[in-house]
Design a protein around this ligand. Structure first.
Ligand code: DLL
Length: 433
């Protein structure tokens, strides 16, 4: 079901016209209210009036995570605190977190976009949504929550953690939609199995998974294990939170970006040059309706491509490909670039192993080494050591063949890799210590 048929199916010319009008208003606003942006325009010898077409957007410099850190905590806000009704922050593994704010209208917009997203992902009024995204400063929990209520679904605000209790709730309350990170969803399935509960006996129909990179093979695994249709949802705190883009369950082929609220671009991360549709690079966003925390040409570090072709679901908004990783998560192992999600794809082609893995990078005698730790099934682990060694050698040669990188594969005991309740930790890079 298309939640907002008027805006989600607009012809291209109408989308462009709305974008330009809203962009101009946003630029004038940030120029007048946020010293950082005024400065940025001045340094580029521009004023908002110089931006007359969408192509002119390219004249404006980028905003980076470092800029947000430099203005920590409230320096990028475009309204007085008296108008800010909510604050979120992204955890950030290094440095200070990024703080974002919302006015009452921003919260409404976000709820509308999340209602659209849930709807695209298969949810309806009357569905029961088991929302296992974390509630708190992280935008996942509350973002989904408000959207679910707006849609008219019943939301169970269970948050992350307390996994056994979650399984009991799933059994007793009969939720039909699961919203969680893909890695936590697999953990839920594992704990359910230990408790003697099969997802096949639960009522779930759709799973709406995001907040971390995952692969097509992981989709197959999730659909099979949880007995659902799995769709990918994308977003980031700096731009809004979840609900910036989502796959429709009809096509499951790329995520529609809500273009009446955000303008996406793809750039070459090295040169900053804007790339044409279809080419892979770094995703950049400009928000065009936000009040408290507007963001102009923000470099997300997420790697993807944009595709304008029409979609079978009827939505006309452009699609972005599944994010393969963040440019800062990309590992360079002896000169070869590799993303954790690419390793995941290779591992998941073999059925005897479990979808729990971790990459350990080290430097030995000035040479980078990559060890892929991956769990095997209970039955295999108790098998002969010889079999395990053969499988390790096979996986290692598959990784070399598909990705061109040498990796040592180490099969480990079931459940020996730490489970996360939110975003999974896939890489341990000892070179940085
Ligand atoms: O993760 C918002 C969110 C919550 C999205 C729930 C989807 C579901 P942050 O904590 O600010 O916000 O992290 C944003 O997470 O730049 C990507 O690197 C990554 N990310 C988010 N969704 C996806 C996805 C939330 N579907 C950062 N695929 C982003 C791959 C994703 N990476």
């Amino acid at each position: 079901m298309i939640y907002n048929i008027d805006f989600e199916t607009l012809p291209r010319e109408a989308i462009t016209a709305i974008q330009l009008k809203r962009l101009k208003a946003t630029l004038e606003n940030v120029y007048a209210t946020v010293p950082f942006y005024k400065d940025m325009f001045r340094k580029a010898r521009l004023t908002p009036h110089d931006i007359r077409s969408l192509d002119d957007l390219q004249k404006i410099p980028f905003t980076t995570k470092q800029d947000l850190r430099d203005n920590y905590p409230y320096g990028m806000f475009a309204v007085p605190m008296a108008n800010v009704v909510r604050i979120h922050a992204s955890s950030g593994t290094t440095g200070s977190p990024t703080v974002v704010g919302y006015t009452a209208r921003d919260i409404n917009t976000w709820a509308e976009l999340m209602a659209r997203a849930l709807s695209a992902g298969g949810a309806h009024r009357g569905d029961i949504i088991h929302n296992a995204y974390g509630y708190g400063l992280f935008t996942g929990g509350l973002g989904v929550h408000y959207g679910a209520e707006k849609l008219g679904a019943s939301v169970i605000p269970v948050s992350g953690g307390n996994t056994k209790r979650q399984i009991v709730i799933m059994k007793d309350f009969g939720p039909t939609i699961l919203t969680a990170t893909p890695s936590y969803s697999l953990h839920l399935a594992e704990v359910a199995k230990d408790m003697g509960i099969s997802f096949k006996d639960l009522k779930f129909k759709f799973g709406i998974f995001g907040a971390e990179p995952w692969s097509e093979s992981m989709r197959d695994e999730l659909e099979e294990t949880l007995n659902i249709t799995a769709v990918d949802i994308y977003g980031l705190s700096e731009v809004m939170g979840p609900g910036v883009a989502i796959e429709c369950h009809e096509a499951k082929n790329g995520l529609h970006i809500f273009e009446d609220h955000f303008i996406p671009e793809i750039i070459n991360p090295e040169t900053g040059e804007v790339l044409p549709y279809g080419e892979t690079g770094e995703l950049v966003f400009t928000s065009i309706t936000k009040e408290a925390f507007p963001i102009i040409r923000y470099r997300t570090r997420d790697i993807t491509s944009l595709h304008p072709e029409p979609c079978i679901c009827g939505r006309t908004h452009i699609r972005m490909k599944r994010v393969s990783g963040r440019s800062d998560d990309m590992l360079i192992i002896r000169g070869v670039n590799v993303f954790p999600s690419q390793i995941e794809s290779v591992l998941m082609k073999t059925d005897k192993i479990e979808p729990h893995y971790q990459l350990v990078v080290d430097r030995v005698d000035n040479l980078d080494t990559l060890t892929v730790k991956v769990e095997v099934s209970e039955s295999l682990f108790s098998d002969e050591i010889k079999l395990l060694q053969t499988l390790e050698a096979k996986l290692s040669s598959d990784i070399k063949e598909y990705l061109g990188v040498s990796a040592k594969v180490k099969l480990v005991e079931p459940k020996s890799i730490a489970r996360s309740e939110g975003k999974a930790v896939r890489v341990i890079d000892n070179r940085k210590i």
